[in-house]
Design a protein around this ligand. Structure first.
Ligand code: GBH
Length: 448
């Protein structure tokens, strides 16, 4: 590992997970049904008909999980709270047992010397809200506002780092536009644009809630997963084309959040499918944040086509890929993603809130899982991230997805992203080679 890839002092290193993917206890202590519980139990959409019922049973095993996390040397941990655990019906009566669970969880985390980074929403919409129209209807934002107020009031004395939403595209376009996320409906562009609008409105409420109730030192930002265009070659022309592509790809989220309006170009192209908004929406949506979270796994190659216009260079079948078919190995995304976000939108502090690789790892042999494939990809990604930092892009931290193998949405338990192997029958955890490696990276604050 030459040259010494040292990271800045106080660089934040940690792990990331999400409640629905690890907690289990899907119907315990008064938790309400989420849209993912519903699709898991009533459709064929999820690999092997896997459910979220038990997952990693983290609901019961959190203490030993935090002990392991700490043993590996993580001092920061990004988790999410389950909205349907706090409000089983999405709004209305609070479920005290759910509220108490997260008090215990946060206290245990802190007792293990781990700083929480809490995502308010990571896709597990209460089914009751979906029954009212879900992200299609504005009511979701009112319900979210109350939920955000409640959790910031409850936990804000100990939680100082808040993330409003995880990956808006995954519960809007991919969910209502016929791709691969719950509730798996296929509606037109008008509906999809409207779901985006309600999502960014919720982001605004999340920021507002932290400002109102977060107390001293509270910080808040969005986590997004922009499609990252990589210039095919680092020529002026390709770089300019990739830059344009970044703006176009992410127009529904970054323009309103950073500029307080939709881009005229977007509205013109959307025509009658443009979203409806109300007076004052953009004041909320564009409230200043403290950081931007980026989930970066892959990218797309772009070159300057006719008239300099961006042209996506399709992946050939030979292009290297993780076992998750969407996860083409493009470590350059960790350089260009932060660079575009800071260059174009002036993002001051950037955290990589997820990065990792999904493989169908085999069970431990003699206590070992030799996932050199994952270790090498993450290392390649961190090299690219290091380049961004060298060039003065303000990247402040990195959270590896994921601490342990967990419920990988439509791929069920088949596809593993953990650096700790989860045996879903015995719930035994086995740190993989990548965990031992990442542990050293965190300890030495440099690539090894
Ligand atoms: C993240 O999603 C999630 O935050 C996390 O919960 C998840 O477990 C993790 O990554 C690993 O998947 O448009 O049909 O080509 C990443 C989600 C997956 C979203 C691929 C875009 C492309 C599907 N991304 N998806 S498609």
């Amino acid at each position: 590992m030459n040259p010494p890839y040292t990271f800045p002092r106080n660089f934040v290193w940690g792990f990331a997970t999400a409640a629905p993917q690890i907690e289990g206890a899907a119907f315990e202590d008064g938790k309400g049904e989420s849209i993912w519980d519903r699709v898991a139990h009533t459709t064929d959409r999820i690999h092997n008909h896997d459910t979220l019922d038990v997952a990693c049973d983290h609901y019961h095993l959190y203490k030993t999980d935090f002990a392991l996390m700490r043993k590996l040397g993580a001092k920061h941990y990004r988790l999410s709270l389950a909205w349907p655990r706090i409000y089983p019906q999405g709004r209305g009566a609070v479920n005290q047992k759910g509220v108490d669970f997260y008090h215990r969880l946060i206290d245990s985390m802190l007792a293990h010397g781990i700083t929480p980074w809490v995502t308010m929403f990571h896709w597990d919409l209460p089914q009751a809200l979906e029954d009212e129209g879900g992200w299609r209807v504005r009511g979701v934002a009112e319900a979210f506002a109350t939920y955000a107020d409640t959790i910031v009031r409850e936990y804000g004395d100990r939680v100082k780092n808040w993330i409003t939403l995880n990956e808006i595209v995954c519960f809007t376009r991919l969910a209502y536009g016929g791709i691969d996320k719950a509730p798996f409906t296929n509606e037109g562009e008008k509906v999809v644009n409207q779901t985006y609008h309600h999502a960014i409105l919720c982001h605004g409420h999340g920021v507002r809630a932290v400002r109102e109730h977060g107390g001293r030192g509270a910080r808040v930002g969005l986590t997004d997963n922009p499609t990252v265009p990589i210039p095919l070659s680092e020529t002026k022309e390709d770089i300019a084309a990739a830059r344009t592509a970044f703006i176009q790809n992410n127009t529904r989220i970054f323009e309103p959040i950073f500029h307080g309006r939709y881009a005229t170009d977007y509205l013109r192209k959307a025509g009658a499918d443009r979203p409806i908004w109300e007076k004052g929406d953009f004041d909320l949506i564009s409230l200043p944040t403290d950081f931007l979270g980026l989930n970066l796994y892959t990218g797309e190659f772009v070159r300057a086509g006719k008239g300099g216009r961006p042209e996506v260079v399709p992946f050939t079948p030979n292009y290297p890929c993780a076992d998750s078919p969407w996860l083409k190995l493009v470590p350059e995304a960790l350089y260009w993603g932060p660079r575009w976000a800071s260059e174009i939108y002036g993002a001051k502090a950037i955290y990589i809130t997820e990065n990792g690789a999904g493989y169908d790892d085999q069970p431990p042999v003699n206590g070992e899982v030799l996932d050199v494939h994952r270790r090498n990809y993450v290392r390649a990604c961190l090299k690219e991230l290091h380049r961004a930092i060298q060039e003065k892009v303000l990247v402040k931290g990195y959270f590896l997805w994921s601490f342990m193998d967990n419920f990988e949405w439509q791929d069920g338990y088949n596809r593993r992203f953990g650096v700790v192997y989860t045996d879903f029958v015995t719930q035994k955890r086995t740190p993989k080679l990548s965990a031992q490696w990442y542990s050293r990276v965190m300890a030495e604050n440099r690539l090894v």
